[in-house]
Design a protein around this ligand. Structure first.
Ligand code: PLP
Length: 331
């Protein structure tokens, strides 16, 4: 009963039916399920994505395309790092194959938000299946799956302060796919294995709280992001910012490009020592060497060193001032 209550709540929040919500272990599993099923069951032989997706998508696309002998196309990016929707339209118009389009809603590194309602319309016109990774946006933006028109939507609880290791996959009713995991009959035969009851309840509570406080949290987090940006602009004039900084984009991240120097090379380590957690790319790639694939593709000519700052409603203005002061000391 507790599980079904959360399913109903999540469905209501994204304007879906409870029968379209499947609990998974998180964003990675949801995305793997969507892409695998599209290749295996929906006979998609042309996978269209962008070069700045999370690795959960990019690696799934290459993995399953090899397994099912599919063609891959990458949608071009515009100068501001946004997806070129005209190019997406051309790719679909020229394709003779059944297509799956997988494009994320909000980018986890630079914060750009894609107009997924338009993507959904383009996909519908060209009879393509559409998966969207909404891991970064759910709990931070209102999402209406009826308007988006996606066949699949991936979500993960820890991005809206729920527990780690739980998420869900929305699958549009009538999308005829087989289960990813076979075994018991849980999740209406779609995802075998004993349900993570505590995780599901935690996710339900977290998503409910996120939407109750949405406007208040958004205003607070945006003020923190603006503050850090202006403090850095004042004190480190040759820093730059990656991503579209319009307030309509993901307000929880600020990606700063620092001028390359011996000091900035060590910046994230020294910030870590000072108790400030930042990342040079996606947190899942922390520890990986080199500039992130997102920055390389969105800003191929940039020589700046990217550092991603993330904010939540738990952060305070004092913390932001402390971070800015520390950066100035270190740089
Ligand atoms: C945009 C995006 N997609 C997918 C994932 C993977 O989700 P999970 O860690 O729940 O598997 C993440 C991060 O964790 C993410 O930021």
């Amino acid at each position: 009963m507790a599980i079904e209550k959360q399913r109903k709540l999540i469905a209501q929040i994204i304007h879906a039916k409870p029968s379209e919500i499947f609990f998974t272990s998180g964003g990675t599993e949801s995305t793997n399920t969507a892409i695998h099923s599209a290749c295996r069951d929906l006979k998609c032989t042309h996978l269209i994505t962008s070069p700045i997706e999370h690795h959960a998508t990019l690696h799934s696309i290459t993995h399953y395309s090899q397994m099912y002998d599919c063609k891959i196309s990458y949608v071009k990016l515009k100068e501001n790092g946004h997806i070129d929707l005209a190019h997406l339209e051309r790719l679909l118009a020229e394709s003779k194959e059944q297509c799956l389009v997988s494009l994320m809603h909000a980018n986890n590194e630079i914060g750009n938000v894609t107009d997924i309602i338009s993507v959904g319309k383009i996909c519908k016109t060209h009879n393509a299946f559409f998966h969207t990774d909404a891991v970064q946006s759910i709990g931070h933006f209102q999402l209406n799956i009826e308007e988006i028109g996606a066949h699949f939507l991936s979500a993960s609880a820890h991005k809206f302060h729920g527990p780690k290791g739980i998420g869900f996959l929305y699958i549009k009713g009538g999308t005829n796919i087989k289960p990813l995991l076979v075994g018991g009959s849980q999740e209406r035969n779609m995802r075998a294995g004993t349900e993570n009851v505590a995780g599901i309840i935690g996710m339900g509570k977290a998503i409910d709280m996120a939407y109750q406080d949405l406007e208040q949290s958004r205003a607070h987090i945006l003020s923190l992001k603006h503050k850090l940006k202006s403090l850095l602009e004042e004190t480190i004039p040759n820093c730059c910012f990656h991503g579209d900084l319009a307030d309509t984009n993901l307000y929880t991240v600020l990606n700063v490009g620092f001028p390359q120097s011996e000091k900035t090379q060590m910046l994230s380590i020294h910030l870590d020592i000072a108790g400030i957690c930042v990342s040079s790319g996606s947190a899942c790639s922390s520890g990986a060497q080199g500039i992130s694939h997102v920055i390389q593709h969105a800003y191929p000519h940039s020589k700046a060193l990217p550092i991603r700052f993330s904010f939540s409603h738990f952060n305070t203005l004092d913390e932001v001032e402390f971070v800015a002061k520390k950066i100035v000391e270190l740089v």
